[in-house]
Design a binder for this molecule. Structure first.
Ligand SMILES: [Zn+2]
Length: 693
């Protein structure tokens, strides 16, 4: 559920790509932009393209420095933004290759190239001549977006340490390069360490859906292999009767990349602390918050504490229900372990809310969900999508789509949606190219791991997967609709990075609408649309567990903050996770939970900023109140939302985006109501209740 920020560098917001860089002139109509894998590069061709991007960026930087006489937009900001465009392109492409290329050697080159590009970006952020040039640029007569862009870049330059002496800047450069390397290593160690648990007989899979059991036949040795890939893992945690199997799977999942990533994490913490203190901050958390909505570390701590106060009483009511469920088979139980929440939550939903999440899966075969996500987004955002047939890609399963607005192509996206060995194992949207009005179409990719339909298997998805799909697609639409700015550096999701989850989290509400779901969710055997009554029961049941979910998210925010809030010499990394799980959730951690940091990928890219999800959930629920809850696709709100929140991209502060849409800053009233929804009386039984919150 994340946006890739691992290579977003301070001051160089986003990074992107155009393969035929050397032959596509800047003024060429973007309608002719070829798909990203058009040249079908091998490793050598990939490196050549990347190097030409880096060279082009360097040329633009040299051009800025060489200017004699007064600074103008034309001789300074234009080449500056061109450097950003080229470096972003190179970085996005390296990241793409690293995450999705089927060839491990190619992925390795992707990782190495990502590090190289980031090094160039770091040098730029510490380039005093470029900083001087931008700071003497007179933008008083420019449009507000351009003024905001320059002001924000100057802040990022200062946060990079550009105004420090030569020795300090050289040191910062070294530290940044090391950090980039460690971040890439941290990510790679996680995706490379797919674990599995061997099961000795099919009876251990008791409780799991029949299609799951059919897809997990014993091997030659009679054993069944269950991997930590999402489609393998989550059904076990939710449905398996075997406590031992669920515990082993949870342990395998939470110890991925351990112990390898222990040293990498400690290294990242030390490097980040050194960077922060060299710039003049007392901790990485403080430093990292300086250009965010949050502004400083204390505000993060305060947000976590406030959220804990709000969630705790509701979480305790839920916990009592979960414990009562456990006591049905274990009357003496007084505690719940971390891995039990999935299964017990499912059992409570069955017994208390008459809802079995299995009953929804037959309505959610992957191809129908994909169509539903695209159709819903098209209606909501007033665009259409058109698949490009036979577009070349790194794997035959990848699809290429165009985004059309009023008959005009405004962007492109790629769907790489099913697991492959060595592929990035999470779900995310990554930028592929920044949009620049009249010059470069925005492009993005969804990298997901949903079940792949086969001749004998319709690829039934869990409801949660469908929600994730729409969530990630929301990031993609934000990147594309926000990708019509004049400058690469303010394109797409380049605003304060603690805002980017708000639009996607808001979209999750659409997947609760009986009307929206019935438009695509049809039983794969009978063709019957999902009944409104089932959706109503599902919504009621899924409201159960929210406060515990918020508590868990809050614990993760605390882990991410606590690892970066102080001098790392004072922090025992193996103690932080158990402490924060106990502090913020009602579950008892099991020993393997102490090492979950090793596979907590956000610690590399988001670092101290995991709070973003809950911070943005508050904004998302507030935003959602603006829409017509009887018909989420109707009225003026969708277009007003597109215009005031998504289209501005990073051309203004996120605080202003919020105010422009709501007419005031966000508040927590809607969030609190959302969290307590399960305990509010059901007002109607006709299936509309779910959208009336
Ligand atoms: Zn997200």
């Amino acid at each position: 559920m994340e946006v890739n920020m691992s290579h977003v560098f301070r001051g160089i917001y986003g990074f992107a790509l155009l393969l035929l860089a050397t032959i596509v002139a800047a003024q060429e109509a973007p309608q002719n932009q070829p798909p990203v894998w058009n040249a079908k590069p091998d490793i050598a061709a990939f490196e050549k393209m990347e190097n030409s991007r880096i060279a082009a960026a360097q040329q633009s930087i040299d051009q800025i420095v060489a200017v004699k006489g007064p600074r103008t937009i034309e001789n300074t900001l234009v080449p500056y933004d061109e450097a950003i465009r080229q470096l972003n392109a190179a970085s996005y492409f390296a990241d793409l290759v690293q995450k999705v290329n089927p060839d491990a050697a190619f992925r390795d080159r992707g990782t190495a190239t990502a590090v190289k590009v980031s090094g160039v970006a770091t040098s730029l952020s510490l380039n005093r001549d470029v900083y001087q040039a931008l700071s003497t640029l007179d933008v008083s007569k420019s449009d507000p977006a351009t003024r905001y862009y320059v002001q924000r870049q100057l802040l990022e330059f200062r946060l990079a340490g550009v105004d420090k002496d030569d020795a300090t800047r050289a040191k910062l450069k070294k530290l940044q390069d090391k950090l980039t390397e460690d971040q890439a290593m941290f990510d790679r160690n996680i995706s490379d360490d797919q674990k599995s648990v061997m099961v000795s007989s099919a009876s251990e899979l008791d409780g799991l859906p029949q299609d799951y059991i059919d897809n997990h036949k014993p091997g030659a040795d009679g054993k069944i292999t269950i991997t930590t890939n999402y489609p393998d893992l989550f059904p076990v945690l939710e449905y398996a009767k075997s406590d031992g199997l669920r515990r082993s799977m949870w342990g395998a999942w939470n110890t991925r990349a351990y112990p390898k990533n222990r040293e990498v994490l400690i290294d990242m913490m030390q490097t980040r602390y050194q960077i922060a203190t060299l710039i003049g901050y007392s901790s990485w958390a403080d430093y990292n918050a300086a250009d965010k909505m949050m502004q400083n570390g204390n505000n993060i701590a305060k947000f976590i504490a406030d959220l804990n106060t709000a969630a705790r009483p509701v979480a305790e009511r839920e916990f009592a229900m979960l414990l009562a469920e456990k006591q049905k088979s274990d009357p003496k139980a007084t505690e719940l372990y971390s891995y039990e929440g999935f299964r017990l939550g499912e059992l409570v939903r069955r017994s208390q809310y008459d809802f079995n999440s299995e009953s929804v899966r037959p309505y959610l075969p992957y191809p129908e969900v994909k169509k539903g996500v695209l159709d819903t987004a098209a209606t909501l955002f007033h665009v259409t999508f058109r698949q490009e047939p036979n577009a070349p890609a790194w794997d035959p399963a990848v699809e290429t789509w165009d985004v059309i607005d009023s008959g005009k192509m405004i962007g492109r996206f790629y769907l790489d949606m099913h697991p492959r060995p060595g592929k990035y194992s999470h779900a995310e949207m990554s930028a592929v190219l920044d949009g620049i009005r009249g010059k470069q179409l925005p492009e993005a990719i969804l990298i997901c791991n949903f079940p792949q339909p086969t001749a004998t298997d319709p690829g039934l998805m869990n409801y949660g997967d469908a929600v994730t799909f729409f969530h990630e697609f929301g990031h993609l639409m934000h990147h594309i609709l926000g990708g019509q700015q004049q400058w690469a550096g303010i394109s797409g999701i380049s605003m304060e990075s603690d805002f980017v989850e708000a639009p996607s989290q808001m979209l999750e509400e659409w997947m609760k609408s009986p009307q929206v779901l019935a438009s695509f969710a049809r039983n794969y055997k009978t063709g019957e649309p999902i009944p409104a009554e089932l959706v109503a029961r599902m919504n009621r049941a899924s409201a159960f567990g929210r406060a515990n979910g918020v508590s868990l998210q809050n614990a993760l925010s605390a882990i991410s903050y606590d690892l970066y809030k102080d001098n790392p010499a004072k922090i025992d990394v193996d103690a932080v996770c158990p402490h924060d799980f106990r502090q913020y959730t009602l579950y008892v951690p099991i020993p393997s939970d102490a090492h979950m940091y090793a596979s907590f990928g956000h610690l590399a890219g988001y670092s101290s900023q995991y709070y973003t999800y809950m911070w943005d959930k508050v904004i998302a629920e507030d935003f959602f109140q603006q829409f017509d809850h009887n018909n989420l696709l109707a009225g003026e709100a969708p277009m007003r939302y597109r215009r005031t929140v998504l289209e501005p991209g990073g051309s203004m502060s996120a605080n202003d985006l919020v105010k422009n849409f709501l007419g005031r800053p966000q508040n927590t009233a809607a969030f609190q109501k959302w969290m307590e929804e399960e305990f509010q009386p059901a007002t109607q039984s006709n299936g509309t209740r779910a959208v009336e919150q």
